[in-house]
Write a protein of this length. Structure first.
Length: 172
């Protein structure tokens, strides 16, 4: 829930170019993703609501951050479009499945989790660099951006392929 609530303030701070204030908010929100997953696995604290809210919160936060950074000209627009496009594709496929099939469980893939982790790293690196928290991060920002590009694209292809396979298995 914290990640979902953090999306709008993070976007507002980034759009206002208040990167020093946006960074801790995004950093804390990113760590809540890790702790949320850890606690769910460790203590079995899982719910149906949490199962669909967690990826939705991730998508909302990452989309808000990258759309804002792209609007400010800090990251390439194509990267923000890739992240948003992949997330919209996943949401559209899940919506189709819920509306027209018996599928109701859409577990995140390993590739999706890795993609989200690298996206959080990209956001943190760019915000640290823009806030002046650490100097000389330009190389690491670009390297993480390219790693995230590859993983976001791959996870999108994987989600699409997996969805098609699941839909075909329902027709068999």
């Amino acid at each position: 829930m914290l990640r979902l609530l953090a999306a709008a303030p993070a976007a507002w701070l980034i759009l206002a170019r208040r990167y020093g204030e946006a960074f801790p908010l995004v950093w804390i929100a990113g760590w809540t993703d890790y702790f949320d997953g850890y606690l769910a696995r460790r203590f079995g604290w899982m719910s149906r609501t949490g199962a669909w809210m967690d990826p939705l919160a991730d998508k909302a936060l990452m989309s808000a951050i990258f759309a804002s950074l792209a609007w400010n000209g800090e990251i390439p627009v194509w990267f923000a479009a890739l992240v948003l496009g992949r997330d919209l594709m996943i949401l559209a496929m899940a919506g189709y499945a819920v509306a027209f099939t018996s599928l109701r469980y859409f577990p995140p893939s390993l590739w999706g989790k890795v993609s989200t982790a690298i996206q959080i790293l990209v956001a943190a690196l760019y915000l640290m660099n823009l806030a002046g928290v650490l100097g000389g991060l330009e190389f690491w920002c670009r390297a993480a951006l390219w790693a995230s590009t590859a993983m976001t694209a791959w996870s999108g292809v994987h989600y699409f392929y997996t969805a098609i396979c699941k839909l075909r298995s329902l027709q068999a």
